[in-house]
Design a protein around this ligand. Sequence first.
Ligand code: NIG
Ligand code: FE
Length: 419
Amino acid sequence: MERVDLLLTGIGTLVSPPGNKPRCGHAMKEVREIKDAAIAIRQGKIVCYGSAQEVQEMLAGAEIAETIDACGRLVTPGLIDPHTHLVHGGSREHELALKRSGVPYLDILAQGGGILNTVNSTRAASEHDLYDKARRSLNEMLLNGVTTVEAKSGYGLTLKDELKQLRVAKRLDESHPVDIVSTFMGAHAVPPEFKGRTEEFVDVIVNDMLPVVAEQGLAEFCDVFCEAGVFSVVQTRRILLAAQRLGLASKIHADEIVPLGGAELAGEVGAISAEHLLAATDESLAALAERGVVPVLLPGTSFNLGLTTHARARDMIDKHNLPVALSTDYNPGSCPTESIQLIMMLASLNLKMTPEEILTACTINAANALGRGGDIGSIEVGKRADLTIFDSPNVAYLPYHFGINHTYGVIKNGHKAVW
Ligand code: NIG
Ligand code: FE
């Protein structure tokens, strides 16, 4: 080896799931652990890692441009948040009392509030304001140890306003250290001007919105809120298949509140992921397993909606051998938090996932929910040097000592983004 741009030494414990593929079932808890480790980086990629001594031997004679000392801290792959509604206008704290008094989420939406409230603020916001607000959220995520974030549109619900949101996500991807993966979610709610005419709105999505989004290369995925009173299974199928024909892979907000058949549909259309799944049945979980769909669980949402039911992560892992991923679902209604570390704690508390499973869910399985398992999500030679340095003695400490930010530093593409 001739040259190394950055050598990260003094790693107390390096922990990473192995390989590039989704880690299913019991394999989720098998993580690789190396004590007293080091990682060498060149041109934004990991060129070698191992025990400090092994790395020293591999680097014998190499020119090392910069060395940083992790001083005995914990190092993991950069965390990945694969489901967020990052770009939106306004906030919904004025709905808090309504929510806490027990008015159901879908009832608030049916009354023109909820998502539709944020649609109004997003339509009214300038592109500059949307950018500025989302950039501040992205800073929070980076400080939490997150290096890649998926961002959905879906608060514009007109071609013009959906494009506005998607352009903001693109500009953030270009200007912010955190990478953004963009998803078109024009089918997030039926806007007031189409009230009672959902089918016509689906026509608009399919005929007017999707072709432009695809043509402008503004999204990689298409997502639909498949839920009672929002978009039916038939409508969801139509939108996702139209998007697939234009090159956008599928994601589904499935079986969040009512078991409508969204998860089965995810299997049928070969979606990359199915999200929420609180009400998913055993049959639908089997359909996900059969087609290799990644279940993305959002325990912050059930927590914040005050639900007593939670996604059946243990069944997904133990019975159905699924590769569970975790995400914040950051949005102004059902889960207004950027903190993936809070989600890690809730996954431990309410989903009964082990710390190692949680790490796998926030790294390699999240990467695979975004089709990026070959590039990010684990510490492997040749992969992107996205690393999070935690001020924690071990992985279990992250969900255990809750309510604080454990991140000490973040290396993104081989550069110090936080230190
Ligand atoms: O994933 N369920 C639908 N969409 C979001 C919530 C959006 C909102 O309330 O603004 C979710 O929970
Ligand atoms: Fe969501």
